[in-house]
Design a protein around this ligand. Structure first.
Ligand SMILES: Cc1cc2nc3c(=O)[nH]c(=O)nc-3n(C[C@H](O)[C@H](O)[C@H](O)COP(=O)(O)O)c2cc1C
Length: 179
């Protein structure tokens, strides 16, 4: 079973999850930019990991397009985000914004909670987060969701953990048994 994990990561959370997954599956790993797209057909599974950005999986459109001509390779997606895993409704909305109805059924996808890292964020992202924080702090009559969001984005935090890779690992191992 030939598998590779390819990832995009700005502040390190997705990279860390990608490394844990590659370690557990004892498979190849590559940064998306360094990955040779022509080698997709060499793999049984390509696991693509990226961050959630404004409610969508970052870079996914480009990756999905690469698989149109590679029907023998299975694309598996994982996404990291600041939203806690328990917020199932929010996470479902993210999947619906990232995949079509058909893709939701055929592309396996896994969510892994991460956090926020202001010290490694690009300037654009930093300014967006600070503007959102300012907007929320000046808003009167905040609902509980807005109050929770304001508290969550106030500073850096890390709620990532290796345990969250387990469902993806089990999925791949099960597929490998059936091949
Ligand atoms: C501008 C911006 C928008 C974000 N939007 C979301 C979001 O909609 N939902 C979410 O759960 N996390 C969101 N996040 C948090 C990131 O998805 C999270 O920090 C991710 O793990 C970063 O991955 P990386 O460290 O690999 O770059 C956002 C972060 C930034 C900076």
């Amino acid at each position: 079973m030939k598998t590779i994990v390819i990832y995009k990561s700005k502040t390190g959370f997705t990279k860390k999850y990608a490394e844990w997954i590659a370690e557990e599956l004892e498979c190849n790993i590559s940064n998306f930019e360094d990955f040779s797209q022509s080698s997709i057909s060499d793999y049984d599974f390509v696991i693509y990991g990226s961050r959630i950005h404004a409610g969508k999986v970052d870079g996914l459109k480009k990756v999905k397009a690469l698989f149109a001509d590679n029907i023998n390779t299975m694309l598996v997606v994982f996404a990291t985000g600041a939203t806690p895993s328990a917020a199932e409704d929010v996470i479902n909305t993210i999947w619906q914004a990232s995949f079509s109805e058909e893709e939701l059924n055929v592309i396996p996808h896994f969510y892994m909670q991460s956090g926020l890292n202001y010290s490694k964020m690009g300037v654009g992202d930093y300014l967006i987060m600070k503007a959102l924080a300012k907007m929320l702090s000046s808003k009167k009559d905040k609902n509980s969701e807005e109050a929770g969001c304001e508290q969550a984005i106030g500073s850096s935090y890390d709620i990532s953990s290796r345990e969250y890779i387990a469902p993806l690992i089990q999925f791949i191992q099960k597929q490998a048994l059936n091949k």
